[in-house]
Design a protein around this ligand. Structure first.
Ligand code: SF4
Length: 442
């Protein structure tokens, strides 16, 4: 069961809202009005829901029920247009959510150049760019891959997995188009590829050695409403509204979504079915929680899958990502091979390049071997430096050489453009610090 904070509407689905209104002696159509107000209008208070009767608003208020829309506490604006939001939660905790007005080099939900190519590939507007070509070249062996859906999870194993890990450390929906909120002053103008990067936990337990968020440790999981609420708060602030405005979403902020699995999955469903963000424009990134990769393949609604690889062999990966002790590369690759990809879908492998550590030609060769036979692409990310991180950023030539080595081996590989480095908003830099108050744009 997903966690649902008491007395907050954000995070409740239609069935739950129906139960709520019926419990108050109201007809079930009131639930639909609440859905429209909470997820489409993105109101901040019950009083703003003019479709409800005065009496119902009073009743909800008397029961202490509120919307639960998170507060934007601070905005950090980058010189490249990226906005990093510090989003305040009900208990005083906060997380970071990032708005990238032009993505970070292409979309289709994963914020990569490859994503843009993929999008155009699907739309049939390209057939022979290097990325698409490489993909096409891979298609034959891929077609032979056996795809079998894995069963849906029978029980929530999130807490168990979190605990084990800590121990080891030692569709577009037409109905959306009926509502036309006034706030959409820029409706339909966002024809680009804006991307929202959202958090799934406060802090993170995974302890990747190159990540600033890891330095926070694990504070707590976000509820489904808090995950969806980040998106609603940013959409409202940016005055954009899907599906009219094209919005991509990546679950790549603070936290490991697969260690908060039920809430993440519920949030993804609400974002697709109620907020109106297309499923194909969403990507979730996991550090490699193998049992959850199997579970995720069986979900009715699921964003695209990205796996944070970052190393080419077990020894290196265990050093960089201690969770590799629990789920090593053999297990991870087996899960990736068994993952039931949909038509024109592939797995994205993310690889943070650390100067002199994992960026050599022998590493590229090992990565190509690991990924052989998997329908995938690789996003290369030169390390985003930060205080407390003991690695260096490789030079452009090194990055290009690594990319070429992969492409020569038939693996589509793309370099992600860093966004918002000046405000610590680029990938791996999300750390809940307000001492970065000296950043430009405040
Ligand atoms: S990279 Fe992701 S999974 Fe790893 S510590 Fe950072 S937030 Fe957690």
């Amino acid at each position: 069961m997903a966690d649902s904070p008491q007395n907050v509407l954000l995070g409740l689905d239609r069935d739950e809202l129906t139960l709520l209104v019926e419990g108050l002696g109201e007809p079930s159509y009131r639930a639909k009005q609440l859905v429209e107000a909470v997820y489409r209008q993105r109101v901040a208070s019950i009083e703003e829901i003019s479709t409800l009767s005065q009496q119902l608003r009073l009743n909800l208020g008397e029961k202490g029920i509120s919307i639960g829309l998170p507060q934007i506490e601070k905005r950090f604006v980058s010189e490249d247009g990226t906005v990093r939001y510090l989003v305040g939660l009900g208990d005083g905790q906060s997380v970071e959510t990032v708005w990238m007005p032009e993505g970070d080099g292409g979309e289709a939900g994963d914020g990569s150049e490859a994503g843009e190519l993929a999008e155009r590939f699907v739309e049939g507007t390209i057939s022979g760019t290097s990325g698409a070509k490489a993909h096409t070249e891979q298609s034959e062996p891929i077609a032979a891959l056996k795809r079998s859906a894995t069963p849906k999870p029978q029980e929530d194993r999130g807490k168990e997995l979190n605990k084990e890990l800590n121990e080891d450390r030692g569709q577009d929906t037409n109905r959306h188009q009926r509502y036309q909120p006034d706030l959409r002053s820029k409706q339909g103008q966002n024809q680009g590829r804006s991307t929202i990067c959202i958090s799934s936990q406060v802090g993170c337990a995974v302890d990747c050695q190159f990540c600033l968020t890891a330095l926070l440790g694990m504070k707590r999981n976000l509820s489904a409403g808090e995950i969806v609420g980040q998106v609603c708060a940013v959409l409202k602030d940016q005055k954009v509204s899907p599906p009219e405005d094209r919005i991509n979403l990546v679950f790549m902020g603070m936290g490991e979504p697969f260690l908060n699995y039920e809430n993440f999955v519920k949030a993804a469903r609400l974002l697709v079915e109620e907020v109106g963000i297309a499923e194909r424009r969403m990507t979730v990134s996991t550090a490699g929680i193998v049992p959850r990769i199997h579970d995720f393949g069986g979900e009715r609604i699921r964003p695209k899958l990205a796996i944070s690889l970052n190393a080419s062999n077990d020894e290196l990966r265990t050093r960089l990502m201690p969770l590799n002790k629990k789920w090593n590369l053999e297990m991870l690759m087996a899960a990736a091979r068994a993952y039931p990809l949909r038509t024109r879908e592939w797995i994205t492998f993310e690889y943070v390049l650390l100067g002199g550590v994992n960026d050599g030609p022998e590493n590229a060769k090992e990565v190509a071997e690991l990924l052989r036979g998997i329908r995938c692409k690789v996003n290369l990310i030169a390390l985003n430096p930060g205080p407390g991180i003991d690695f260096t950023t490789p030079g452009g030539e090194q990055v290009a050489a690594f990319q070429k080595k992969l492409r020569d081996a038939g693996i589509p590989a793309f370099v992600r453009r860093p966004r918002g480095r000046d405000i610590y908003a680029a990938c791996g830099q999300l750390k809940r610090t307000v001492e970065i108050a000296a950043a430009p744009g405040l």
